[in-house]
Ligand binder design. Sequence first.
Ligand SMILES: [Zn+2]
Length: 232
Amino acid sequence: MKVLTIKKRTLIIVLVCILIIGSAVGVFYAVKTASLSKLKYTIVLDAGHGGRDGGSVGVNGTIEKEINLEYTLALKEKLTNSGFRVELTRKTDDGLYSLTAPNKKLSDMSARFSIIQRTNPSLVISIHMNSFSDSSAYGAETYYRANDKASKYCADLIQSSFYTYLNARNKTSKVGDYYILNCSYYTAVLIECGYISNPTEEAKLNTEEYKNQFVEAVYNGILLYFGNTVKI
Ligand SMILES: [Zn+2]
């Protein structure tokens, strides 16, 4: 009967070990999930252009500043519903420049910079639409500032998501020399959602369905970025 007792004891020890390991794994995943939602990352969303600066105009009349704002607001909704804090550089059609400023573009850009600095965000995303002389150019593209590893990492995850979910042309992101990326040291990406100079893509960009797919794709990239950089 001694053998049986030992076997019984071993069985109990094994069961207890399984319970301990099981709950430890459970706690780990619970903590990781909680970290993502409760750390409350703040993201600055920047709708490109505004006011007197309309940006590009699509072949069939899409005005870039207007569709930029639509995409930005849709992304804001998704992110805030998921527990992120979102700060917008502009909430309306207006630009951010002072009406009395001699250089409106400079005034507009420095106002965007001030919002980023004041917000101290974990990520900055600037939303634009692309335009090119060759109307066959297509696909969402993501840019980051040169020599910034975190921004490149984030941009690549978003671009890879575009490639997988939106059939974007490029798998990886590109270096972009843009004020909104260069003005601060925060992790920042600029997204050209698609080419409004391409009639097919312009029509697609103007549908709710594509806008929602786009938002999901960006959201997927953002989650991967924060999920992989969170240290517990
Ligand atoms: Zn633009």
